[in-house]
Write a protein that binds this ligand. Structure first.
Ligand code: HEC
Ligand code: HEC
Ligand code: HEC
Ligand code: HEC
Ligand code: HEC
Length: 248
């Protein structure tokens, strides 16, 4: 009997079959192992850090923009944590002898980076990109909770798949515009509420809930406005729930 498939095809199909069976199992195993690690639990629990860095001090009270310390957040996948040089831009001149800042000075002198504990993390097999979310005007607090209130940083949300998908399924519920400034660039909008808060200006109800890290209320009017933004920004709604968007 002639061979139906060549040897090569046979090996190929065996490999594919193996992958098809092993990959989901591997993902689930890796997923559940990582889900239990520190960076994935501890929601609402501040982690021990080598320096008691306070977002509340530096952002809400001093009014420093997030992008001063996380400059890559708008342009790349990673937001990153600031280098010691960023801290020393100020702390070589102010609070130069504060005991709390000793590890910062040591790091600067020795040229060894500060080992911050990672607060937020998705498993290795998940692809996430900050820049696209900021470009659509989503505020940091939507995902990270009320950062400007945190003395020691905690994790604002479990980054479960179903949580990502809630928004990817219906992005119109989460995109918003300030009716007073309908043409403000979306990425600017993402940072505007911190400024408004700092200078005691009125916030829109959506901005207020975002700032507080509270779940949004979805009234018909806002969702209708969100649908217009989905169109205006050209959000690729069909691809948003595609597995390969986040697993590639
Ligand atoms: C003066 C510098 C500075 C500014 C300004 C700043 N951050 Fe940070 N941020 C840090 C440092 C240092 C860390 C690492 C230590 C920690 O987790 O608290 C950090 C960590 C974070 C983390 C957690 C990172 C992780 O490990 O998962 C988030 C989220 C974050 N910042 C968001 C913000 C947001 C939102 C703003 C603006 C409202 C902001 N940051 C402004 C310095 C800054
Ligand atoms: C733009 C200037 C500026 C930058 C940049 C800056 N700080 Fe500060 N920081 C200050 C000021 C001002 C204070 C004093 C706040 C107050 O009045 O309590 C302060 C206070 C602190 C304190 C509190 C000291 C104490 O004993 O309570 C720590 C810790 C600290 N900063 C860490 C950092 C770290 C770590 C970085 C870098 C990621 C950083 N700062 C970047 C201006 C800055
Ligand atoms: C759509 C949700 C979302 C938004 C909006 C968002 N983040 Fe994140 N952030 C995440 C996720 C998810 C991670 C974990 C990423 C990983 O493990 O690769 C993360 C990680 C971080 C980290 C840790 C270091 C890193 O780059 O992974 C910092 C710092 C951070 N975010 C800051 C910010 C700041 C500042 C903003 C607003 C300008 C912001 N994030 C907006 C979801 C978000
Ligand atoms: C609050 C809403 C919201 C949440 C939460 C959210 N996303 Fe998104 N995500 C969006 C929007 C809006 C886009 C932009 C899609 C577009 O414009 O085509 C996007 C795009 C993406 C993209 C596509 C990037 C690219 O280059 O094409 C990835 C990957 C992604 N998100 C991953 C995640 C992951 C992983 C999580 C959870 C940890 C998450 N997102 C949570 C709203 C959200
Ligand atoms: C918007 C981003 C996003 C999309 C789209 C997405 N996932 Fe996920 N997925 C995640 C995140 C984040 C995790 C890790 C957190 C968790 O385990 O819930 C995850 C975890 C998983 C896991 C590990 C098991 C587990 O629950 O821990 C599997 C398997 C998986 N995804 C399969 C899929 C498949 C199949 C699709 C398409 C139908 C898909 N994912 C679409 C974000 C996404």
């Amino acid at each position: 009997m002639p061979q139906l498939f060549s040897r090569k095809v046979n090996t190929y199909s065996r490999v594919t079959l193996f992958c098809a069976l092993a990959l989901p199992a591997g993902l689930i195993f890796a997923g559940s192992a990582i889900t239990r690690s520190a960076a994935n639990t501890n929601v609402n629990v501040p982690l021990d850090q080598p320096v008691p860095f306070s977002h509340k001090h530096h952002t809400e009270e001093l009014g420093i923009d997030c992008r001063f310390c996380h400059p890559s957040v708008e342009t790349s996948a990673k937001a990153g944590v600031p280098s010691t040089e960023t801290c020393m831009a100020c702390h070589s001149q102010i609070w130069t002898n504060a005991p709390a800042l000793k590890p910062v000075r040591e790091s600067y002198e020795k040229g060894t980076p500060i080992r911050w504990q990672r607060v937020n993390k998705v498993p290795e097999f998940v692809y996430f990109d900050h820049s696209i979310h900021i470009a659509r005007g989503l505020n940091c607090n939507t995902c990270h909770g009320p950062v400007q209130k945190m003395h020691i940083t905690w994790k604002g949300n479990y980054f479960f798949m179903r949580w990502c998908l809630e928004c990817h399924n219906e992005p119109e519920k989460y995109l918003y515009a300030d009716p007073a400034h309908p043409d403000m660039e979306p990425r600017q909008k993402a940072f505007e509420l911190y400024k408004k808060n700092k200078y005691g200006q009125d916030l829109t109800p959506v901005e207020w809930r975002n700032l507080e890290g509270q779940p949004l209320k979805f009234d018909a009017k806002q969702v209708e406005a969100g649908k217009k933004l989905v169109e205006k920004y050209g959000v690729k709604t069909k691809q948003l729930t595609d597995c390969w968007t986040c697993h590639r």
